[in-house]
Write a protein that binds this ligand. Structure first.
Ligand code: FRU
Length: 490
């Protein structure tokens, strides 16, 4: 798709100034410019496609396009041209988020929200949002089909269509701020992907202060249905919902023609600093895969100021439902990513005496450390990994036995936003942690995916050390392994 010449030129300039010190090696990011939500996740004609919200001409949110990458295995990736750019009256203010499905005719149908600013320039006078369709025969070139779902009079927050097929019926859900200012998920149905009929409001967020639902995604998992979404704007609640924008999930039941019936409360999906707008899709082998956006609309992103790029996606995560522990979602890094891993350094069983450290590597920027903690033999009050450790700067991936939390502490970062995030510590005598560090980010997965956390970490210049540490007590590991990870671009 052609993008405006001035956008192309601005993007070329950003590419020239791209600084790769924090640029992800094995996470999806734009070649330059801004990125937010993952969009249109699908497997089509033998390739996985990941599209994403993208402003090619700047490192802040701006006129939205759909950027694009593709892969045969979700492990190594190829960059594709920008798939969708504003061009219609209905989408001149941005190609907002949406999804993609293979139609019965074998073509790829991409549904997105067309955003049109009321004053033609910016959001100060509000916007009109409608659901639009673009069709492709190869996943790369799209032909726009225009508006398929118009917004009712008076409704302006009306976005992020997620489409799937249920029996013979196509279904679309998206988020709406109702005339009463309540946050809702609306459902439409279609038999041909072109004509859509309103069916009903299938869900309303129970909290009055939440005025809009962004990026709803409704899908079956096990014998339940899961509704993932971003409620705007939740207030921080202790350790929860501290990021300005916070995505979470509710597990329940849904049947065609009915409303979504929650059986759990709304829970955080990811406990890190930088996670929002996740989307899932069903891989051909039946795995439900999720990508989230690692970024922020509220805290400044260090790379945006100086490095020519800003934002990335999480690793692909396989979702499972833990039916024994109160219908909780488990999130596991996609099996197969290990194809990018270099040879392991096996530390095996390891004991750190009270208040000691062990350097695992003294100069590395892309790697995973797996730890199995023997908690019965660990007396340390707090322990963990110091990552991106450069000259006093450090990001601390910690387990706090005192408060019963584990998390990511950026209190000693001299670059980027500080603060810590902490999730409930899984109850387990043998605690398994996977700490996955890329050039500008850390992801933590604990206990078979019970906890997932994604945070930026922007180290200052110099060799980046990885250090195992324990405080006021000893740490005993049943096992520990370190593996470097190489880049994922073809
Ligand atoms: C969520 C979101 C969506 C919207 C898109 C615009 O991050 O605000 O609701 O479609 O981003 O970029």
């Amino acid at each position: 798709m052609d993008i405006a010449p001035e956008m192309r030129e601005a993007n070329r300039k950003l590419r020239e100034q791209l600084n790769e010190r924090w640029y992800p090696q094995f996470h999806i990011a734009a070649p330059a410019g801004w990125i937010n939500d993952p969009n249109g996740l699908c497997f089509y004609k033998g390739r996985y496609h990941v599209y994403f919200q993208h402003h090619p001409a700047g490192t802040q949110w701006g006129p939205m396009h759909w950027g694009h990458v593709s892969s045969t295995d979700m492990v190594t990736w190829r960059r594709e041209p920008i798939a969708l750019a504003p061009s219609l009256d209905a989408d001149l203010g941005g190609i907002f988020s949406g999804s993609a499905v293979e139609g019965d005719d074998g073509r790829l149908y991409a549904f997105y929200t067309g955003n049109a600013w009321n004053n033609g320039i910016d959001d100060t006078d509000g916007a009109r949002q409608v659901q639009c369709l673009a069709i492709s025969e190869d996943g790369i070139e799209f032909e726009k089909h225009g508006v398929v779902v118009d917004a009712p009079e008076g409704i302006s927050d009306f976005r992020d269509p997620k489409v799937w097929k249920e029996g013979d019926t196509w279904r679309m859900v998206f988020g709406v701020s109702s005339l009463q200012g309540r946050a809702e998920v609306w459902m439409y149905t279609s038999t041909n992907l072109l004509e859509w009929d309103f069916e009903q409001v299938i869900y309303q967020d129970p909290r009055e202060e939440v005025f809009m639902i962004e990026c709803p995604d409704l899908f079956p998992l096990g014998d339940k249905w899961v509704l993932i979404y971003g409620p705007m704007f939740l207030k921080p609640d202790g350790y929860r919902f501290r990021n300005g924008h916070n995505a979470g999930y509710v597990v329940g039941t849904w049947e065609p023609g009915g409303t979504f019936e929650p059986e759990t409360k709304f829970r955080p999906l990811d406990w890190g600093h930088n996670f929002y707008a996740p989307q899932t899709f069903l891989a051909p082998d039946g795995r439900r895969i999720l990508y989230g956006w690692m970024g922020s609309f509220s805290a400044p992103i260090a790379s945006a100021a100086t490095d020519g790029w800003s934002g990335q996606l999480t690793l692909p995560r396989e979702l499972r439902l833990d039916t024994e522990a109160g219908l909780r979602l488990l999130q596991l890094p996609l099996a197969g990513l290990e194809a990018l891993y270099g040879p392991a350094t096996e530390f095996g069983a390891t004991r750190l005496e009270q208040n000691t450290d062990l350097v695992l590597n003294d100069d590395v920027d892309a790697y995973e450390v797996r730890l199995t903690v023997n908690r019965e033999r660990t007396t340390a009050e707090r322990f963990g990994l110091l990552v991106d450790a450069v000259d006093g700067d450090v990001t601390y991936v910690f387990v706090d036995q005192q408060s019963g939390r584990l998390g990511i502490d950026r209190g000693r970062n001299s670059i980027g936003d500080r603060g810590y995030r902490a999730a409930p510590l899984p109850e387990a005598s043998s605690l398994e942690l996977r700490v996955i560090v890329d050039r500008g980010s850390v992801e933590l997965y604990a206990q078979g995916g019970q906890v997932a956390m994604a945070s930026f970490s922007f180290p200052k210049d110099g060799a980046r050390k990885v250090v195992l540490t324990c405080e006021s007590g000893a740490l005993e590991l049943a096992d520990m392994q370190f593996r470097p990870i190489r880049g994922h671009w073809e």
